[in-house]
Write a protein that binds this ligand. Sequence first.
Ligand code: HEM
Length: 534
Amino acid sequence: MNIRVTVCVGAQQTCGSRNLLCGVAPRRAFSMAAAGTVAHGKLEGRKAAERRVRSFEEIPHTGRSGWVNLVKFWREDRFRHLHLHMERTFKALGPIYREHVGTQSSVNIILPLDIAELFRSEGLHPRRMTLQPWATHRETRQLSKGVFLKNGEEWHADRLILNREVMMSAPVKRFLPLLDEVARDFSQMLQVRVGKEGRVEGGKRSLTVDPSPDLFRFALEASCHVLYGERIGLFSSSPSLESQKFIWAVERMLATTPPLLYLPPRLLFRIGAPLWTQHANAWDHIFSHAEARIQKGYRRMSSSQAQGSGAGAAGVRYTGVLGQLMEKGQLSLDLIKANITELMAGGVDTTAVPLQFALFELGRNPEVQERVRQQVRVSCAQAGGDPQKALQGAPLLKGTIKEILRLYPVGTTVQRYPIKDIVIQNYHIPAGTMVQACLYPLGRSADVFEDPLRFDPERWDSSREGARGFRSLAFGFGARQCVGRRIAENEMQLILMHILLSFHLSVSSSEDIRTTCTLILQPETPPRITFSQL
Ligand code: HEM
């Protein structure tokens, strides 16, 4: 593959390291043998050396001192552009490199086959949000009120219970109408706004706005509807200030996480003190808000159980993931709280931000937009109001989401710590090393995707080559993949479906959006979108 040759020549130059799978050494061996100057024995010796698994130390790297790198990262503001830094570094060093920044060191990979190797090998996962590396500190423990989600076998058993309420097809079928209701309301709210505030052109109104605040409210409203089985009124004329504060707190928590991850505990409370305080306050708010919501749901559940009408009884409406977990009683109340808190914190920016990118890409690609809309119209007409059928009949909606997450992956990396030694790109990687699949450069690599910068939802058509094989990894992989995946996929498809049925989308400039990395990838400035009545 092209990347292996060209990129690795660069790797040799930069680090003096040779990646023998890259075709550099074999090419030399061939020319020497052709000239008849190499004895047979020597050639065999060279081949054996080529087959030798190279040591960890030989992996190209960005500099040995984590502290020097940390200073560079601070000075050059690389934390905010980590995705671009990775893209550049792969171009310079080849398809695998090591990086050491502050207390973090990782091996970074980009090629689907290598990523497959990583995921196939048994690997531990980084700790969950409530268990960040510095969570061993007393302060963090106090902050999160002693509620922790564990890793390991215990985690796996709990996760399987949770999967039954959020990932399997039966719960998805139950919560899909709830998401559809919120998506429909969002579109209606927008219609009212365009009707009132829009400019008239050719008898129709259109309005240009930054939709991001509304998308954040949509994401929280939708995930709360699924979690608690009831609406929290964020589209009303006086939305709750507490919910708005929750949205800000999640944003703050995400934005303050990356730099803190690289600081050792000693420095954390000195250099990082203001950041740490903001981070701790944000988590405090997330926990207390989620706790209040959970208590409310718990009281509602208890009173309906006291009246003898459990959530599972015929004719009783779906009481959300919280209600289902409480009714089944397989998880302790503390674990239910911890999981629901995490689902609340994980369910806002992760969907609101890709939706901004989606509206932008559909706006700047009117022909693609029209093809998706046509499919949605036909499918909705045939679905007779059933949201599941409507989505099944419009695969381009799913393609749109995959395409958005390819170009703008919410999490720019997926990480694993292999529990056994593994070999990637013929390099030995010891157990316990953090290995990162780097999704942003993967999604934009011409060696992996044809015409990678083109927004093309049809490329994910399952009959097309390239649609398969460790290329769509935005939700991670395997037992540890995103637990909110089904909520997110359906929520995003449904809102796009309702928007496309009501509005034509356009943007004033088709220039690329500049992106920045907090813990998630987002636009530096939210794009303004013109919504025109159809
Ligand atoms: C486009 C939207 C989303 C993307 C791209 C995304 C991506 C991810 C990724 C990459 C992981 C790590 C997976 C792995 O290591 O294999 C993850 C984990 C997680 N996500 Fe999401 N996510 C999204 C939406 C959501 C939503 C809506 C929720 C909650 C409703 C959520 C909750 C979580 C939780 C709780 C975990 C930790 C799972 C565990 O370790 O058991 N995510 N997500």
